[in-house]
Design a protein around this ligand. Structure first.
Ligand SMILES: NC(=O)c1ccc[n+]([C@@H]2O[C@H](COP(=O)([O-])OP(=O)(O)OC[C@H]3O[C@@H](n4cnc5c(N)ncnc54)[C@H](O)[C@@H]3O)[C@@H](O)[C@H]2O)c1
Ligand SMILES: O=c1ccn([C@@H]2O[C@H](COP(=O)(O)OP(=O)(O)O[C@H]3OC[C@@H](O)[C@H](O)[C@H]3O)[C@@H](O)[C@H]2O)c(=O)[nH]1
Length: 342
């Protein structure tokens, strides 16, 4: 896809910033909104962006799956602000960049209230795009590998249009993200908004909710609690797991680069769920059992990103291998579950 960020058919210019923005006493150069910033990936993104003293970070989150605990070290910091806000309602603030992450991401949470999930994807993205349009901000959407559905092409390049069930139990999320991508491109083409789209593949790391329901957090929590690891049938389905620090690095490169995307960001190391369970067992608790349990409908059978574009356009590729990332997550889960290492 061609790099394109020039404005086309812009309806009206963004409002002028306050004159104080350019005064020499103005404390920050970049005001960054992160919707969903109290969640797993969002809070790691906050940590990274706060390292730059020129950044002022604002998080808007409704705490559906995120928590203040993830941001506790920044609460009270002069360059940080936390707003309890649901993105299905409009938000009127002044910012230069919007990382739009707000959306439940674990299948058990996004299926819990599918109507709310699709509203978050559609109305939430419309509201964030409306904000970007009003203030002339650049906006990045965290889309997902789920836009490829149960893919018939392997690995998945960005040019693949996907194989998605439009009426299935996952469609509130995967079709919701597909509409969100459409909205991003329509605002770009019609109003000249500067957009970036990341298609994120399965990401793991510290701060995932312990009872999040996603496979890596489930297996680590089960291994530490001494419970059998629950591999959903058939167990031969594959995923490719990216450590969260690599993900955050990719997202920031995408935001600050020139390409609209969509760009796959993920780790191409591919594992069956049985292989993942065996690795967790070996690394964390060799005496644990692995048991096969029923799966849920429409579970994708294979998933692996083609990251040629991310390498070429962003100069990005993941650094942390699964066997290096799992112990870092184990350490965090041990602390939170109060299970010391023998
Ligand atoms: N982690 C992954 O493997 C993965 C893969 C693909 C895409 N993504 C995308 O990345 C983003 C972050 O995912 P995550 O893994 O950190 O999940 P998460 O559940 O930890 O974070 C999502 C955050 O969004 C907030 N939120 C949900 N609905 C909201 C609403 N209506 N208004 C305001 N806030 C709301 C939640 O409270 C939470 O803090 C999501 O958009 C997700 O779709 C994640
Ligand atoms: O305890 C479990 C949980 C899950 N699984 C399996 O593990 C695989 C991965 O399941 P997860 O729930 O972690 O996540 P999925 O890959 O299905 O969806 C994820 O995809 C990318 C993102 O958009 C989201 O984070 C999420 O929707 C599935 O095949 C599932 O059947 C188990 O074998 N055991």
């Amino acid at each position: 896809m061609a790099a394109t960020s020039e404005k086309q058919n812009s309806t009206k210019p963004p409002p002028s910033p306050s004159p104080l923005r350019n005064s020499k006493f103005c404390q920050s150069n970049m005001r960054i909104l992160i919707s969903g910033g109290a969640g797993f990936i969002g809070s790691h993104l906050v940590d990274k962006l706060m390292e730059n003293e020129k950044n002022e970070v604002i998080v808007a989150d409704n705490y559906f799956t995120g928590s203040k605990e993830n941001l506790k070290k920044w609460i009270g910091h002069p360059r940080f602000e936390l707003i309890r806000h649901d993105v299905t309602e409009p938000l009127l603030i002044e910012v230069d960049r919007i990382y739009h992450l707000a959306c439940p991401a674990s299948p058990i949470f996004y299926k819990y209230n599918p109507v709310k999930t699709i509203k978050t994807n559609v109305i939430g993205t419309l509201n964030m795009l409306g904000l970007a349009k009003r203030v002339g901000a650049r906006i990045l959407l965290t889309s997902t590998s789920e836009v490829y559905g149960d893919p018939l092409i392997h690995p998945q390049p960005e040019s693949y249009w996907g194989n998605v069930n439009p009426i299935g139990v996952r469609s509130c999320y995967d079709e919701g993200k597909r509409v969100a991508e459409t909205l991003m491109f329509d605002y770009h083409r019609q109003h000249g908004i500067e957009i970036r789209i990341a298609r994120i593949f399965n990401t793991y790391g510290p701060r995932m909710n312990i009872d999040d329901g996603r496979v890596v957090s489930n297996f680590i929590a089960q291994a530490l609690r001494g419970e059998a690891l629950t591999v959903q049938k058939p167990g031969t389905q594959t995923r490719s797991f990216c450590y969260v620090s690599d993900m955050v690095d990719g997202l920031i490169r995408l935001m600050e680069g020139d390409d609209t995307g969509p760009i796959n960001i993920g780790n191409p190391g591919e594992f069956t769920m049985v292989e993942l369970a065996e690795t967790v067992k070996e690394l964390i608790n060799p005496s644990i059992e692995i048991k096969m349990v029923e799966n849920t409908p429409d579970d994708p059978r294979q998933r692996k990103p083609d990251i040629s574009k991310a390498k070429e356009v962003l100069g990005w590729e993941p650094k942390v291998k699964l066997r290096e990332g799992l112990p870092l997550m184990e350490e965090d889960f041990r602390l939170r579950l109060n299970v010391p290492k023998n």
